[in-house]
Design a protein around this ligand. Structure first.
Ligand SMILES: [Zn+2]
Length: 447
């Protein structure tokens, strides 16, 4: 299997560290609904997990839920997202995190995304965060200010490597709001102190003062606790590269003296009708908005998998409609392959898996599927490879539908046309269209 490694900026042959492929995915901050752009990234990483499994690897995956308030900006300034959500809704920060965390997981499951072995809530790792800061301090990587405990980026000589950061440029650009307390421009808080009188609902005592973890810390801590460094694959959005993942790498090095991950995969953004997803443009679509327009989570997943995780994608409802129709077409082909015991073209599943194994090229795999004849057995494998519920979502012809179809065949043999028509209408009510051909009746799903 080959994947593009952000660390080397090259396509590399995947070579696991141990028997089990350890994967970590940066999860959502649960202060609001996740939009379809967020969910697209989890669809890509689901394909990664499914492709690894189809290639015979065992996978252990951890996903975090950021339910500790952190700041709106990537840096150490700005408003706290969870506090903002709580103020907006007149709820406590804990209620906000609980509500949106649950909503996220419901949608995650509706998209048939492979369940990670560990779903780690940041608030469950606060003690471990403190121990991690202790360890980094012991190893000489931090310093304390009035404001918190900071990571001294000058102590990690490879700090700028991962994101090819221009630290000199950063210094020039940051001169205006460069805090006197920071020793280096890229230094960041691993722990923040809460000043007397400062409103911050989530707080824990550490170093004899109330405070809370810096927002990059939880990923390093959770990886340290649940997987151990180095892990095989770390995934996230392309926007995580310059700060969040750079800081994760620095923290994990200070914590363990080891690299964090062997491979880094980053997905690109999607735009909506050519525009960035933003509240002001009113295009922050949720899966529930798509459902209102008649599109299922699987139609959306089909749309995502038609493209590539590294490309910028433009979402339109026309393209979603096309994805829906393609999925319907595949389901009809499955029905026919089942009824007529159709044989596959030679090596077609291997070619499909080969395309997916080539840096997750599902678009190419879909083109192979469109251009090939497939047996029901191969469709089953394809359904498992993409998790599109092609078979499970179908009306259950094996039971009631099949019985009706048999009954209709018998009625036609007895020239009982009224009964035959009656059964045909009944099947139509179940979304099954029956067509009579020279070879007998075949059925397909209603368009
Ligand atoms: Zn992270």
């Amino acid at each position: 299997m080959k994947i593009f490694n952000t660390a080397s900026k090259k396509i590399e042959t995947f070579n696991p560290i141990g028997d089990e492929v350890k994967i970590y995915t940066c999860g959502p901050t649960v202060y609001n609904y996740q939009h379809i752009g967020n969910y697209a990234s989890y669809v890509y990483w689901d394909l990664l997990v499914r492709a690894l499994k189809a290639n015979g690897y065992k996978v252990k995956r951890v996903l975090n839920l950021t339910d500790v308030g952190h700041l709106v900006s990537d840096g150490d300034s700005g408003e706290d997202k969870l506090e903002k959500g709580a103020a907006r809704e007149g709820k406590s920060v804990y209620e906000v995190a609980e509500f949106y965390g649950k909503d996220f997981l419901e949608n995650f499951r509706a998209l048939e995304l492979t369940e990670p072995q560990v779903i780690a809530k940041a608030t469950d790792y606060i003690e471990q965060d403190m121990r991690a800061v202790d360890e980094m301090t012991k190893n000489g990587f931090t310093y304390e200010t009035e404001d918190g405990v900071y990571y001294d980026t000058s102590k990690f000589e490879h700090y700028a490597d991962f994101a090819r950061l221009d630290l000199k440029g950063l210094i020039a650009g940051a001169r205006v709001d460069f805090s006197d307390e920071k020793r280096n421009v890229a230094d960041f808080a691993v722990w923040k102190f809460i000043k007397p009188g400062e409103k911050h609902a989530m707080r824990w005592d550490y170093l004899d003062r109330p405070g809370y973890p810096g927002w990059h810390l939880e990923c390093s801590t959770i990886i340290h606790e649940e997987l151990g460094e180095p892990i095989d694959i770390h995934t996230g959005g392309i926007d995580h590269v310059p700060i969040h993942h750079t800081n994760e790498i620095a923290q994990s090095y200070a914590l363990s003296g080891r690299p964090l991950a062997k491979y880094w995969l980053h997905c690109n953004f999607i735009t909506i009708d050519g525009e960035k997803i933003s509240k002001s443009l009113g295009n922050v679509y949720l899966l529930s908005d798509l459902a209102e327009k008649g599109f299922s989570p699987m139609d959306f997943k089909m749309w995502v998998l038609q493209g590539h995780y590294q490309g910028t994608r433009n979402f339109t409802f026309d393209s979603l409609e096309a994805a829906k129709n393609r999925r319907l077409n595949w389901r009809n082909r499955i029905a026919l392959s089942y009824q007529h015991d159709i044989a596959s073209d030679d090596g077609v599943y291997e070619r499909v898996l080969g395309a997916v194994s080539e840096n997750l090229n599902s678009a190419e795999a879909f083109a192979i599927i469109d251009g090939s004849t497939l047996s029901f057995a191969d469709w089953k494998k394809i359904d498992a490879l993409f998790g599109l519920k092609l078979i499970a979502d179908s009306p259950k012809l094996s039971e009631e539908g099949q019985a009706l179809l048999n009954e209709r065949t018998k009625a036609r043999e007895q020239k009982d046309w009224a009964k035959s028509d009656e059964i045909r209408d009944k099947l139509l009510g179940m979304g099954i269209v029956v067509r009579d051909t020279a070879d007998g009746a075949i059925w397909e799903y209603e368009k």
